[in-house]
Structures are given as structure tokens and as C-alpha cells.
Write a protein that binds this ligand. Structure first.
Ligand SMILES: Cc1cc2nc3c(=O)[nH]c(=O)nc-3n(C[C@H](O)[C@H](O)[C@H](O)COP(=O)(O)O)c2cc1C
Length: 350
């Protein structure tokens, strides 16, 4: 029987609460860490001031291990032709909602991890730092490891897992194609090369020496045990935490998660420019989920903001990213500590 304790993460339970930018802050992370899992703070959409505030709250809220997560994409060069095509594609929706396309805002900031961020984070000595979309430059990885953090990043293929191991990751998160939110790929953007979890975990476990953490559609204790049986050393669970009171998931997102619509998720580039899995909504149906007009990550989201806000005011998620994995069966509106303990049910004590 798999044991509960995670030696690498130094947590009581081999359960990581997936960092989920835009739907949670330190409160969810604290609750999970206090319950014996590894709580995660997503930093991708936080300003430096907000990140510092959240790190202060997190370190005041728990003395147990925790994780802070960053994106490491390369910000794209602006492409006016693509931006114009995108606005043309959105114009009918603007007209329908009586909105002014000229007033569309810039995309929400998504900062990649850089030296200034490292300066801000270093005094907090995070027990774990995880990255999405690869790893930052080698000198930054060396800095993070030098101050004592365990470094994690997501792989969607065997090649990415090998690359992460070779570039300093202490463990690799096997992100199955079922997973909610952004795909973590960074070597190839061919999503057809990416594997479902039951294929990915054993292949990664055979390909790398570092521990493999399973992510994607794991939503209950049976799913956790199955992932460990496939060769994972731990699991990373996202979607199942979205209804917890400590998450900041919006009302339309919560409503979608408990609706019939949640049975149908798809990969889409419409909301940010990078493929991410969410519940199929009106925008995805009408423009096609992978429309090439959507500007490069993270620029696509900007022109959607007014549409999103107007529809959400009417209680509709027609233009909102309703991120979710393929298994919403574990989403429960219970405190995150209760959910964490339920996920670990049946694991033998250390
Ligand atoms: C709402 C949402 C937001 C996410 N945001 C991030 C993020 O900021 N950083 C990250 O590394 N992964 C992010 N992910 C992906 C998770 O790390 C993980 O791969 C995924 O949640 C696992 O699949 P599951 O949602 O089916 O449990 C997000 C996932 C969701 C559902």
C-alpha cells in the first residue's frame, strides 16, 4: 500500500494542491498545508506588491511546507495584424452587448519569473517553487535551488520530463491531457503529442530518475491511489479544490462546475493564447476553441475583458475562462482541509 508521507516535499501527505492563477490566493494554500498537503500560491497573475502581500500572509498562516508557482514563458512581440484580426472576430459580440471595441483593455499581466521576482521571493525561502511552461534561465534555477527550495515543473511528454530532469528539476509533474487549466508544454506546442495520465505517468517514471507527480483529473482517494499505483510519488490536484470556500472561484465559474456543461471540456487558446482546458462555453462554440486569430500568450485575454465583465454581470460565463479538468466529480463545496484529508483516505500512515 502506498505510504502517505512525501519525503521530497517533507509533507505528511503526498498531495499537492495545484497552483491555480486567478481562482485562489494564500487562503487555499494555507488550508491545504495546514491539513498536511502542500498548499500552492500561484504567482503568475500577481503584481510584485500583491505577491509580497500573499507571501507574508502565507508565511504567517502556516509553518508547514508550501509552494509558490511561476510561469516561465517568453513574452511575445506585439503583432498588430493578429490583434486586429482578433478584434474583428470579437466585434459582433461587442455590438450585441452594446460595448465599445475601442475601449478594450490590455491583456492581464502574466509575469514570467525573472531576477527581480527572485529578489522578492528569496527572503521567504519557499520550501518548494514550481514552474509552468518549462524552467527559467539556468542561473535563476541555480539561485532558487541555492536558497534551498525544491524545484518542480510540469511535463506533458517524455521529452519534456527528460529535459526538466537534465535542467535541474527535483521532481517532474506529469500533466495528463485531462488536466484543467493551461497545458504546461514548452518543447513543442503540438498538443496531439501529449498523453493522457494513465499513459504518461508510467512512461515518465521509466524515463527519469527524479520522482514523478501525477496531475490531471485526480479527484478522489481512488484516483490518488491509482496514480500512485501507476508509479507516481505524489499527486497534484486542481479542479477538485475549485468549490472550496477558500478558493476565489467566481460565481459563474462555480455554477458552471456544478452544471451539466462541465461534462464537456476542451482545450482552447481563446482566453490567453495558449492551450488550456476549460468547460465549453459560448465563445468556444462560436469561434472554435483553437481559433488562430487569438493573439499569442498572454495577449488574447485583453480584448475579452469587457465582454467577460458584461456577461458575468448578467450571471453568464459566455466569455469567461471556465478552467476545469475532465473530472469535476470531486468538486465539493467543503473546506479545503476536509477535501485534502478525503483525497488521502486509504493511504497507509508513514
Ligand atoms: C483553474 C485552474 C488554474 C490553473 N492555473 C495554474 C497555474 O497558475 N500554474 C500551474 O502551474 N498550473 C495551473 N493549473 C494546472 C494545474 O497545475 C494542474 O495541472 C491541473 O489542475 C491538474 O488537473 P485537474 O485540474 O484535473 O486536477 C491550473 C488549473 C486550473 C484548473
Amino acid at each position: 500500500m502506498p505510504t502517505a508521507r512525501s519525503t521530497l516535499l517533507r509533507t505528511e501527505l503526498p498531495i499537492i494542491q495545484a497552483p491555480m492563477a486567478g481562482v485562489q490566493g494564500s487562503a487555499l494554500a494555507i488550508a491545504v498545508s495546514e491539513a498536511g498537503g502542500l498548499g500552492s500560491l500561484p504567482a503568475a497573475m500577481l503584481s510584485p506588491e500583491a505577491l509580497e502581500r500573499e507571501l507574508l500572509a502565507l508565511t504567517a498562516g502556516t509553518r508547514r511546507p508550501w509552494n509558490v508557482n511561476f510561469f516561465c514563458h517568453r513574452p511575445p512581440a506585439p503583432d498588430e495584424a493578429r490583434e486586429a484580426a482578433w478584434r474583428r472576430a470579437l466585434a459582433p459580440f461587442y455590438a450585441e452587448l452594446g460595448l465599445d471595441l475601442a475601449a478594450a483593455a490590455a491583456a492581464p499581466a502574466r509575469r514570467p519569473f525573472d531576477a527581480a521576482t527572485a529578489d522578492l521571493v528569496e527572503p521567504f525561502r519557499p520550501p518548494v517553487v514550481s514552474f509552468h511552461f518549462g524552467l527559467p534561465a539556468p542561473e535563476l534555477v541555480a539561485r532558487v535551488k541555492g536558497w534551498g527550495s525544491v524545484v518542480l515543473s510540469s511535463a506533458t511528454t517524455v521529452e519534456e520530463a527528460r529535459w526538466l530532469e537534465a535542467h535541474g528539476a527535483d521532481a517532474v509533474i506529469a500533466q495528463g491531457l485531462e488536466a484543467g487549466g493551461h497545458r504546461g508544454h514548452f518543447l513543442s506546442d503540438d498538443v496531439t503529442a501529449q498523453l493522457g495520465l494513465a499513459a504518461l505517468v508510467p512512461q515518465l517514471a521509466a524515463a527519469v530518475r527524479v520522482p514523478v507527480i501525477a496531475a490531471g483529473a485526480i479527484a478522489d482517494a481512488a484516483g490518488v491511489r491509482a496514480a500512485l499505483a501507476l508509479g507516481a510519488a505524489g499527486v497534484q490536484v486542481g479542479t477538485a479544490f475549485l468549490l472550496c470556500p477558500e478558493a476565489t472561484t467566481s460565481a459563474v465559474h462555480r455554477a458552471a462546475l456544478v452544471s451539466e456543461a462541465a461534462r464537456h471540456t476542451a482545450l482552447t487558446t481563446l482566453f490567453s493564447g495558449r492551450p488550456a482546458r476549460g468547460i465549453v462555453n459560448r465563445l468556444m462554440r462560436e469561434l472554435g476553441p483553437m481559433n488562430p486569430a487569438a493573439p499569442a500568450f498572454p495577449l488574447a485575454g485583453g480584448a475579452l475583458l469587457p465582454l467577460r465583465a458584461a456577461a458575468e454581470r448578467q450571471g453568464r460565463g459566455d466569455f469567461s475562462p471556465l478552467w476545469a479538468g475532465q473530472n469535476v466529480g470531486g468538486c465539493r463545496a467543503v473546506p479545503a482541509a476536509e477535501l485534502t484529508r478525503a483525497l488521502a483516505a486509504g493511504l497507509s500512515p508513514r
